[in-house]
Design a protein around this ligand. Sequence first.
Ligand code: ADP
Ligand code: MG
Length: 244
Amino acid sequence: MLTLRQVSVSIHDKQIVHDFSYAFASGETIAILGHNGSGKSSLALSIMGHPRYDMVGSILLDGSDISVASPTDRHIAGLFLSLQNIPEIPGIRVSEYLRTIYNTHFARKHVADTKSPSPFVFRRMVEKMLPGLGLDPSILDRDLFVGFSGGEKRRIELLQIALLEPSVIILDEIDSGLDIDAIDILRQQIDTWRTTGKTIILITHNFHLLDSIDVDRIIVMRDGHIERHGDRSLVATIRTEGFK
Ligand code: ADP
Ligand code: MG
């Protein structure tokens, strides 16, 4: 359960998010909708502790206050954010990147008897996950995100989630760059995450995605605050009436 209490976010003294309070329950998928510029990405980045934003209010993960924790500590605690814009990083191979984040994550979590797998063992483990995500093993030898299609970038993010098993998964406009096949994969992943009690926060404008995915709750943001929230019947209302 991720709980936000009166979270306000500002950047250069301009307030972007105002008094956002909401409890995101475990095992639920919550969609956040709203016009461009309504503060969705700023909220997501502030939840992860991005230093660009000044945040007041509190963020609790399963009852622990993580409001002032570093982004790394929030990640270790179980938050994952899929970025709206994914940077390309030449010089780092996908396989090395994945092994590094995996080892760092589990070493920092102090998981008893988790030994760092050798590159060979790790690769075998990752290769077993690739077919389910529609990825070819050759992608592991490429430079991180360099020249990747939108769909490939998103599939690598889904692979990171499968490896790290975060408890709260925030997807910021993950549909940008996803083709129909990839949306199908995403839907299957979300179904799996729900049954394992994860909290899924889906930031999107995409009604096709909202129709394909079993969303429990809807939040509509406007000018940095919650304008409306409700169950998934709100999707139909917004589809006919717009955001107003
Ligand atoms: P959304 O994701 O809903 O489109 P954003 O969170 O990206 O909204 O943006 C909300 C507001 O905050 C916008 O007015 C945007 O211009 C402003 N904003 C976001 N990031 C920055 C930044 N780094 N510098 C200045 N203004 C920003
Ligand atoms: Mg955004």
